[in-house]
Design a protein around this ligand. Sequence first.
Ligand code: HEC
Length: 129
Amino acid sequence: MIFASRFSLLALALAVSAPGIALAAPPPQGLFMDNCSACHQATGKGIKGAFPALAGSPLVQGEASIVVSTVLNGRAGMPAFKDDLSDADLAAILTYVRSSWGNKAKPVTAADVAKVRKAPPSARGLQAH
Ligand code: HEC
């Protein structure tokens, strides 16, 4: 955690000191460390009986809209992130999660997230099409 906060500060310092670079987005691993690792762990393995593993999870590697809606809206003990994360940040986190710890799934784009965010509540959590 000390590492994570130093990492964010460094990213912030870099972003502030390089105002010419408009796309100084925080690195996705830092976003995961800040928002998700307290429960799912830096290893993506979670904590047995409390927080499910994201490493090897079929849901994580399945249809993008399902994993996006899980994180936007939360589920049981999992908090909703729709008010805390932008489309771009959530896309970066999920792309990182889907391609780390042996996971192999296509990137998630900000457009994917925006689409699910706009979906009516009745469509939440349902398989697309
Ligand atoms: C406060 C703890 C906590 C935090 C922080 C948290 N989660 Fe979770 N997450 C959970 C719990 C608990 C579940 C299981 C929910 C259930 O039982 O339905 C879960 C489930 C999930 C699932 C479904 C996994 C599966 O295989 O069904 C995904 C995907 C997920 N979380 C991603 C994330 C991401 C990405 C973040 C960061 C943006 C995050 N979580 C932050 C607690 C957390």
